[in-house]
Design a protein around this ligand. Structure first.
Ligand SMILES: [Zn+2]
Ligand SMILES: [Zn+2]
Length: 384
């Protein structure tokens, strides 16, 4: 779960930098450790400061606005557990729960059955597989329901009993002094871990957890047009939760392998075609083995210049969302021979004799022939 950074500072999603600063200053005056040594306040001050740092960094704020959490580590092989905020939630509850004076109504024990976490698996796909879509048979390792107790966690006909430490409440409370006066803080019961009950005679297979780890084969349908880093969601194929709780989702992330011929840019495919000088002068054809449309003949016109690009519209990758396919772009690299025998040299000298107006010259920047080069140079200087 992404943190509510705006909520931490008590500002709206459209808050300007000045509003962020104002909100942060106001909170800091209450919570700064110099003013308020209480540990609840200090924990909150830390969170508020983190929220301020995140929201004043445009890149991080953008991630927040997209529903993500820039401080949450998305990488690693283990997938996203959604953990990590629980401790702070308890601090908040103590902080605000103490203020609004609704003491005496402890929350319900959270129960043993909890929803399961999502899990993530990566799969390598060739460019051709990305282009046509594929059903990938993958081995996944997740928690599944314990088939011996069906998630109950108990052995045979035995039953869970009320936790003695918390008397079934799932949490234990203590009173702390703070700048607000006395604050009642609650934390999950260490004996039953918040469940409110314990299992004296646990299932012999799962030890009372209601689930076991298992490897299994799944068939993951990957749609045509996927690209590196995209994730396909398989609903309810993730981890079964504690106590046999509803499974999370399984995400299959595509790792696209480099292709021998093509470099992909979004849905466009780029390749380079080497054209001998004389073929560029006289024109020729070349066959490109396109991924989806088979071998396709490209016409290289007589008089082709270095750097020309032939665009085959609609011969690129399909769009994963449907709609038009990308293009195939062949970049022509014209090759000048650097070793000629005597006869070839003689022929070229004769040719040169017939083209005596052709000579090397330094171009003016405004010349028509120069415009392409200079436009490219200008674009590279200005970083466009
Ligand atoms: Zn079991
Ligand atoms: Zn307990």
């Amino acid at each position: 779960m992404a943190r509510d950074y705006y909520g931490l500072l008590g500002v709206g999603k459209n808050a300007s930098d000045a509003e962020l600063k104002r909100a942060y200053r106001k909170l800091a005056r209450e919570l700064h450790p110099d003013v308020n040594p209480d540990e609840v306040a200090q924990a909150r001050f830390k969170e508020v400061s983190t929220a301020y740092e995140v929201l004043t960094d445009p890149e991080k704020r953008r991630i927040v606005d997209l529903g993500g959490d820039p401080l949450e580590n998305g990488g690693g092989g283990g997938g996203f557990s959604g953990a990590g905020f629980g401790g702070l939630g308890d601090v908040f509850e103590a902080f605000f729960g103490g203020m609004n004076g609704q003491g005496g109504s402890p929350r319900k024990p959270r129960g043993r059955t909890q929803p399961g976490a999502d899990s993530l698996i990566r799969t390598r796909l060739s460019l051709a597989e990305c282009a046509v879509g594929v059903t990938k048979h993958l081995t996944v390792d997740t928690a599944i329901l314990c088939d011996l107790c069906q998630g109950a966690g108990t052995n045979g006909k035995s039953q869970p009993v009320r936790c003695e430490t918390c008397d079934g409440a799932g949490e234990v409370q203590s009173v702390q002094r703070s700048f607000l006066g006395q604050v009642l803080t609650s934390r999950p019961c260490p004996t039953c871990r918040g469940a409110g009950e314990t299992i004296p005679d646990p299932c012999t297979k799962c030890g009372g957890d209601g689930r076991v780890r298992a490897r299994r084969e799944i068939a993951a349908p990957i749609p045509a047009g996927v690209a590196n880093g995209m994730r396909v969601r398989l609903t309810a194929q993730g981890e079964v939760g504690p106590g046999g709780g509803a499974p999370g989702d399984l995400f299959v992330e595509v790792v696209e392998q480099p292709h021998d011929t093509f470099v992909r840019d979004s849905n466009d495919l780029h390749c380079t075609v080497r054209v001998p000088m004389v073929d560029a002068i006289l024109g020729t054809t070349v066959v490109v083995d396109t991924i989806l449309d088979g071998p396709t003949e490209l016409t290289i016109n007589a008089g082709t210049q270095p750097g020309e690009v032939i665009q085959l519209r609609g011969h690129g990758m399909p769009s994963v969302r449907g709609g038009a396919r990308g293009d195939l772009l062949a970049h022509l690299d014209i090759v000048v021979p650097n070793k000629l025998d005597g006869k070839q040299t003689d022929l070229l000298r004769k040719f040169k004799g017939m083209r005596d107006k052709d000579r090397a010259e330094v171009m003016s920047t405004g010349s028509e022939h120069n415009s392409g080069l200079f436009a490219r140079l200008r674009a590279s200087f200005s970083g466009r």
